[in-house]
Each structure stands twice: as C-alpha cells, then as structure tokens.
Write a protein that binds this ligand. Structure first.
Ligand SMILES: [Zn+2]
Length: 252
C-alpha cells in the first residue's frame, strides 16, 4: 500500500520551518482567518492563488474549478461566495484565468462526450457563435484570446449572481476583478473588467461585442511593474502557446 509518506514528511519539514521562523505562526492561524480576497481560478496545478500572489495561508479565500467557470447553479461556488461576502466581509473577488488552459483548449475542440463538456458549455458556445472571428486567428492567438474572453465572460456572470447583486444593493463595497496569469513568465495581468456596482455591470458592452476587440492595454502602473519584473522573468523556453501575444499586451 502506498501511504504517501513522502508527502507527510514534506509536511513535517514545512511545519518545522514555519514554526522555527515564527513561533506564533500556527497559533495565529488557528485563531481566525481574515482574508481580504476571494480568488476564483482554474484547477490547473500550476496556478495556485497563494503562490502567484506571494501570499501566506490565511490571506486569500480560494475556489477553483476547471477553466474558472461561474455557473449560477454551482452550489459549491455559490456557498463560497456567500461565505466570503457575508461572513468574511471580503471586498475583492478576483476571477483569474490563465493562458494555456486545458479547459479552454477542450472547448475549442467541439467535443461533447464528457461531463466536462457540459461544464465548459458557455465558453464553447461563445466560440461556436463567433467561430468566423476566432478561426481567422492563428492557433496560438485563438487559444489565448478565448482564455481572455472567458475571464471577461465569467466576471460578467459573477456580477449577475443574486449574491453579488444583494451585496451591492445593501451598500457593501465589493469589487470584482478580471485577471489572467501567464504560466511562462509567472506574471498576472489585469484584464478587467472592474466592477463595483450593478450600474457598472449593466453599462458594460456585451460579451459578443468584446470578442472581436483587442484587450485593453495594461495601465501605466501595471506596465511599470511588468518592466521591473521583466529582468527576473525566466527564459521563455517552453513558453505557453500564448507567450507571443502576452508579450505584445505587456508592451514589450
Ligand atoms: Zn486552466
């Protein structure tokens, strides 16, 4: 029987390191969690919320599923959002996709034989509806663009949930953010939209109209951050399929 002792050994070593560095670390963790952010991301093993944002345990509340989808019938996600808003009083919800997403790749294939195809149906349908636009792109760009448009779409769906609407209606400050992560350089990119009211949500252009438009360029502050980190970025050997497009967006 394989008991995964090597993982338990790693856990022991990690706990010792933490306790040695900060004697009250686990005591503080045990008392309460007070994260400021809810992360809704992909289940992809390379995109872990705490790691990519440089946060410790206790600092971000997390929900992950294949291709960071928002389904209004997903009791798991809805329960997480409810707890985040009504118990933890979280003010920022980050919907984060990533380039090179296998779920998005699956949606591009037109497959319909597995449960995951039901899960991916909204983005697969968007692709089919605008197939002429997407299929005019090179393969890498098509995949990257669908990863991006999926973020925009899921932020809209998040903003349409009664839970978020109710928070806004009672005056609770809740900001929704659309981000995308590039595995090949480890950097997050702020795609938008940014929403903190139903009025802002309702003023957004339709997702259909966004399909054919380029993603808004990063803000000046974001460009500066990307520039500062560019020297630290790993060599793009084995970069994800979207590397070229991501570099273009970063203004590099
Ligand atoms: Zn993914």
């Amino acid at each position: 029987m394989d008991t995964l002792d090597h993982l338990l050994d790693r856990n022991l070593a990690w706990a010792k390191r933490k306790a040695n560095a900060d004697a009250t670390y686990f005591q503080r963790m045990a008392e309460q969690q007070s994260p400021h952010y809810l992360w809704i991301g992909c289940s992809d093993s390379r995109v872990t919320a705490n790691s990519v944002m440089g946060l410790d345990p206790g600092e971000v509340f997390v929900h992950r599923n294949i291709a960071n989808m928002v389904h209004t019938s997903d009791l798991n996600l809805l329960s997480v959002i409810e707890y985040a808003l009504e118990v933890l009083n979280i003010r920022h919800i980050i919907l984060c996709g990533h380039y090179g997403c296998g779920g998005i790749q699956r949606a591009l294939t037109g497959a319909h034989s597995a449960l995951v195809d039901h899960w991916l149906q909204p983005i697969a349908m968007l692709y089919r509806k605008h197939r002429a636009v997407f299929d005019a792109m090179a393969d890498e760009q098509r995949h990257a663009r669908l990863c991006e448009i999926n973020v925009e779409m899921q932020v809209r769906r998040l903003a349409a949930t009664p839970l978020v609407e109710a928070a806004w209606a009672r005056g609770q400050p809740v900001m929704l953010h659309g981000w995308i992560y590039a595995i090949h350089d480890g950097l997050l990119r702020d795609l938008g939209p940014h929403l903190d009211s139903a009025a802002e949500r309702d003023a957004l252009p339709s997702i259909d109209s966004r399909v054919s438009q380029a993603v808004d360029p990063p803000t000046a502050a974001r460009r500066n951050a990307l520039h500062a980190f560019s020297a630290m970025a790993p060599d793009p050997v084995g970069a994800c399929a979207c590397g070229e497009l991501a570099a273009t967006q970063a203004g590099e």
